[in-house]
Ligand binder design. Structure first.
Ligand code: NAD
Length: 367
């Protein structure tokens, strides 16, 4: 007689959502489908203890639905910690739209997506991410107030990317101060991977400071344009990770620091805009630490964008946006120092602070 024994991979298959490795106690996950516009989207609401879950919408041509789900779960979790560490009264959420932003994004699809956001009555507030423009947020705004990152002439704070880039620049300078004893980036060899909305603006700050900037992207047109504008060298090699450099700035997609790349990296600092740069933070975090590579936690240094869109909700202006974004320098330096003192990875040090803030607020709520 055979016994029905379920092995662990089968158990995982039976629990594709609540048992997902990136689930991490999400409060709510919303699957949105609209036959007429072709919309297929997932909204992840990770945590709303500190406030409504705010996070951008990414439109990407995912190979599978599972890939899209994993992305939204990882991204929305990151938003909870980003807002917490930046002291914003916001929870963590994010949305992904499955499809090619260049060919499948239509005004009707964006508005239909906006209606799904509206149906959550403000528990989730959207903004832009990869594949989205300020004009898309303006379309969403036509059907719901629960959107940020709308254009300045419509009363919004505009494109958050330049502010995100400025925050990354601040975090990078703090990491340089920690690692080299000086925050000047002049003559530092810096690889910027991904020169989109944020990457290009970061290149501008870096070239203004006299850094030796090398740019990499899969979009040849952008490479040509950005190289010409800032006189930046284009990377033509096949393995950027193994190149000699002072700083690696991931500004494209996440998970570029993974088991394959972590051992090759020659950078002394990793500081960039991409979300979830470490594929598995509990594995690559300690490996980077052992190798003496300073990792400026992504969710800490790329918070400029959320500071910018939060201004729309709180009604503060540009000077306060800049002040809060510049403070990323101090927080980064504090966290890098604190991690060393406590013998934890820089990612853990930042996460611990963010988690404590959420827990403290939760206790206050339950009093
Ligand atoms: P974007 O879409 O404007 O730019 C991304 C760039 O990366 C594009 O030029 C694309 O061609 C390039 N790219 C994609 N895959 C690549 C690869 N494999 N190698 C090299 N280049 C590649 O996006 P963005 O708004 O500049 O955001 C960049 C990153 O920063 C994303 O991970 C985003 O989630 C994160 N981020 C953005 C903001 C913001 O304010 N825009 C805020 C926080 C975090």
């Amino acid at each position: 007689m055979t016994t029905d024994v379920i092995n662990s991979s089968e158990i995982k298959n039976l629990a594709p959502i609540f048992g997902h490795t990136s689930f991490d106690n999400h409060e709510q996950i919303v699957f949105c489908n609209d036959k007429d516009t072709g919309l297929k989207a997932i909204i992840g609401i990770h945590n709303t203890v500190l406030g409504p879950a705010l996070g951008g919408t990414r439109m990407w041509n995912y190979n599978t639905e599972a890939e899209a789900l994993k992305d939204v779960l990882r991204l929305s979790r990151g938003m909870s910690f980003k807002s917490a560490i930046t002291d914003l009264n916001l929870g963590g959420g994010k949305a992904v739209i499955i499809g090619d932003a260049k060919t499948q994004k239509t005004p009707a699809l964006m508005k239909r997506f906006g209606e799904f956001v509206h149906s959550l009555s403000g528990k989730y507030i959207t903004a832009e991410d990869i594949g989205m423009e300020t004009s898309d947020m303006d379309l969403v705004r036509e059907v719901t107030p629960y959107v940020t990152g709308i254009s300045e002439d419509k009363g919004g704070a505009g494109n958050p990317s330049p502010i995100t880039a400025y925050g990354v620049f601040m975090g990078m300078k703090a990491a340089a101060k920690y690692k080299f004893g000086n925050d000047k980036l002049e003559n530092k060899k810096i690889y910027v991977q991904g020169i989109g909305h944020v990457g290009e603006s970061l290149v501008e700050h870096l070239t203004n400071e006299g850094a030796k900037v090398i740019i990499a992207d899969i979009n040849e047109e952008r490479l040509q344009a950005v190289s010409k504008k800032y006189n930046a060298e284009i990377y033509r090699g096949s393995n950027l990770y193994a190149e000699e450099m002072d700083i690696y700035a991931p500004c494209a997609l996440g998970a570029t620091v993974n088991n394959e790349t972590v051992g090759m990296l020659k950078a002394k600092i990793i500081a960039g805009a991409a979300n979830n740069q470490l594929e598995k933070e509990h594995i690559q975090g300690p490996l980077l630490q052992q190798r003496g590579i300073v990792y400026a936690p992504d969710f800490l240094i790329n918070a400029g964008g959320i500071i910018n869109v939060y201004a729309e909700l709180e009604g503060y202006g540009k000077p306060e946006i800049i002040r809060k974004t510049e403070n990323i320098y101090n927080t980064t330096l504090e966290i890098l120092t604190n991690a060393e003192a406590n013998g934890v990875t820089t990612n853990e040090a930042a996460l611990n602070i963010a988690k404590n803030k959420i827990e403290t607020r939760k206790k206050e709520h339950s009093k």
